[in-house]
Ligand binder design. Structure first.
Ligand code: SAH
Length: 344
């Protein structure tokens, strides 16, 4: 049997493993504490485990992070982390400092199968899902890189569709939020972004994880959205908004809506007014993302005046709306620009 990677295993799974090795569940909790609470990623350094047990564990298991192949700094302070996975595939995560926050944008798949027309990752197609180990590994590697400080917030907005890799996503989130034996992140500091997989949004709501949800909306009419996002032909805006309204929210929690601004496509005053109607009665926060260019795209970013006019219609109707200038545009790390990066 090839050695099990301990990274990403839930504390309960680590307990099961130590029982399989003939030890107590307590040993599993010790391993979780070392890995997730103390960031010790070598079995030999888990000094409160008996020597014999460490030897038996090392036969059966290993602790492996995805190889951090490159760290590419951007002029805006963000950094793109390029990981080489064990099968040679590459994914990226992006570290984005902001005031007292350090946000990590995580990938969940190699490529993506949803083919949104404006997204570079979408041109790759789906290669495979990431494992829980590969998702949790991105965070552990980022924290190791940061040294003294650590990631404070996480957004699942990197490569791939998180809700299409549901099981691995949910396990990773459980490791992140477990306050006793996991990494102890507040679920309110974690945001899962989706193209709008209605059945999975409902399922996520039932998990009671309390994470934030972000909907990649990008249009306020089915006609426009179906042209931009093929998923809209399976679940249209009516179905999507019904699922959003049912998503359980804590008292001051809101649903985020991402809206990429595309010149002459979805940026008109009329579209803004439709958006206002669509979001009526939803506790919403809208992020307008000016389109990030990539070679070969037919889309363009609207002029700033248009973006601000669109924003002011939403603001005028009482909808919290920010313009989110993507980080890392100069290093190919901005929204929708992540693509398997083969280093030179
Ligand atoms: N698949 C998930 C997670 C990716 S999040 C989702 O779609 O929500 C990445 C965000 O960047 C999405 O809102 C996506 O639609 C947006 N995006 C994709 N390409 C973009 C581009 N070229 N410019 C700006 N935003 C883009």
């Amino acid at each position: 049997m090839s050695p099990t990677n301990l990274v990403g295993l839930l504390p309960a799974e680590l307990e099961d493993l130590t029982v399989e090795l003939g030890a107590s569940r307590y040993r599993g909790r010790q391993i979780a504490t070392w890995m997730y609470r103390k960031s010790i990623l070598e079995i030999e350094r888990m000094t409160d485990l008996p020597k014999d047990f460490r030897a038996a564990l090392a036969e059966r298991a290993r602790i492996a992070l995805p190889e951090l192949e490159q760290v590419i700094p951007s002029q805006d302070g963000s950094r793109k982390l390029v990981f080489r996975l064990e099968d040679g595939a590459r994914v990226s995560a992006v570290l984005m400092p902001d005031d007292d926050r350090m946000t990590l944008c995580l990938s969940t798949q190699v490529g993506c199968g949803f083919e949104c027309a404006f997204c570079l990752t979408g041109t790759m197609g789906l290669e495979r899902n990431l494992t829980t180990a590969e998702i949790v590994g991105q965070l552990l590697a980022a924290n190791a890189l940061l040294g003294e400080s650590r990631v404070t917030h996480m957004v699942f907005m990197g490569m791939g569709e998180p809700l299409a890799n549901y099981h691995a996503l949910v396990s990773a989130v459980r490791v992140f939020v477990d306050a006793r034996l996991g990494l102890g992140y507040s679920p309110r500091r974690i945001t899962v972004s989706t193209v709008g997989l209605v059945s999975q949004i409902e399922r996520l709501g039932r998990e009671d994880l309390k994470v934030n949800i972000a909907i990649s909306l990008h249009a306020a009419s089915d006609e426009v959205r179906s042209r931009l996002m093929p998923i809209n032909r399976s679940w249209d805006l009516g179905a999507l908004m019904a699922a959003v309204r049912r998503y359980p929210l804590a008292p001051r929690q809101r649903v985020f809506f991402e809206y990429v601004m595309l010149d002459g496509v979805n940026d008109g005053d009329e579209e803004a007014r439709k958006l206002v109607r669509l979001l009526r009665d939803v506790r919403a926060k809208v992020n307008l993302i000016p389109f990030n260019d990539w070679p070969g795209t037919r889309f363009r970013r609207p002029p700033l005046s248009r973006i601000l006019a669109f924003q002011s219609i939403l603001l005028g109707s009482g909808i919290t709306t920010t313009v989110r200038w993507s980080k890392g545009e100069d290093i190919g790390a901005a929204c929708g620009q992540l693509r398997e990066a083969v280093p030179a």
